[in-house]
Ligand binder design. Structure first.
Ligand code: DGL
Length: 282
């Protein structure tokens, strides 16, 4: 790509010269972050993407903040070594625990999913009564609550950890009666709190829009992937790093054997993954 458009992407750890042709790095604890890749591909079809799913160490949801930060640090370093122009943390739990650390240490801009999700939720909630669903780690961190209150200090925020949702999605039970039952159990207190918008604060929950939407009838469901991709576009425009040209090829890495990402990835990405490379970490 043209050198004159090469610019410096700044992170707290200094600047790194990258050009528009450099890929966007995206990572998640597993394959769920492919929902964010799907939205990036939809909104930014000319961008190249390098995706890492930490399938060997998923789930991050129940793990300590320190452990999630350590894993995120390793993957962030790998992505920078791949020459990415920005890092997108597609995992809500990793964003909650490691966004600031990665912003401090990586030489490229880092975008997480929590701030975009909070912004979309506030915009969708005239009553300022917002529900947040997430993993145990995300909810315990209070990250969404802080992000929402920073935008709307008077907002009522009702948070609920829904740890069984991730395995139900991985099992493919997105429209199963067991999932309906679990959704009722988790969500009835959220509904009773009178919320008008609910953030699906986990990579897997957008696949449960059916059962969640039936329990939370009339409530706006916020999928942060869409807003995150929009914010990545703004960042690249601002830094003059938007890539132009033909639809590119992407690279997918898994820290465990590729089979699972190859088999289940399409459910999250919406299209087939041809090849998954192995990234040995741990
Ligand atoms: N990717 C995680 C998240 O968005 C969900 C799966 C996990 O617990 O690792 O929080």
């Amino acid at each position: 790509m043209s050198d004159e458009r090469t610019t410096a992407a700044h992170g707290a750890a200094g600047a790194r010269a990258v050009g528009p042709d450099a890929p966007i790095g995206v990572f998640d604890s597993g394959i769920g972050g492919l929902t964010v890749v799907r939205e990036l591909v939809r909104q930014l079809p000319a961008e190249r993407i390098v995706y890492v799913g930490d399938t060997a160490r998923v789930p991050y949801g129940p793990k300590s903040p320190e452990t999630v930060r350590r894993y995120s640090h390793e993957i962030g370093g790998f992505l920078v070594d791949q020459g990415v122009k920005a890092v997108v943390i597609a995992c809500n739990t990793a964003t909650a625990h490691a966004l600031q650390a990665l912003r401090d240490e990586l030489p490229v801009p880092v975008i997480g999913v929590v701030e975009p999700g909070a912004r979309a939720a506030v915009a969708a909630s005239p009553a300022r009564r917002i529900g947040v669903l997430g993993t145990a780690g995300t909810i315990a961190s209070g990250a969404y609550e802080r992000a929402i209150r920073a935008l709307a200090p008077d907002a009522m925020v009702m948070s609920r950890a829904c740890p069984l949702f991730v395995p139900l999605v991985e099992e493919g039970w997105t429209e199963h009666e067991v999932t309906e039952r679990v959704a009722e159990e988790y969500l009835e207190p959220v509904l009773a709190a009178g919320v008008d918008a609910v953030v699906l604060g986990c990579t897997h929950y957008p696949l449960l829009k059916g059962p969640i939407g039936r329990v939370l009838a009339g409530v706006r469901l916020i999928d942060s992937a869409e807003q995150t991709a929009a914010e990545v576009r703004c960042l690249l425009e601002r830094e003059r790093l938007l890539r132009a040209g033909d639809a590119p090829s992407h690279r997918f890495f898994a820290t465990d054997a590729p089979a699972q990402m190859l088999r289940l990835g399409q459910r999250f990405l919406g299209s087939t993954i041809e090849e998954v490379e192995t990234l040995p970490l741990a």
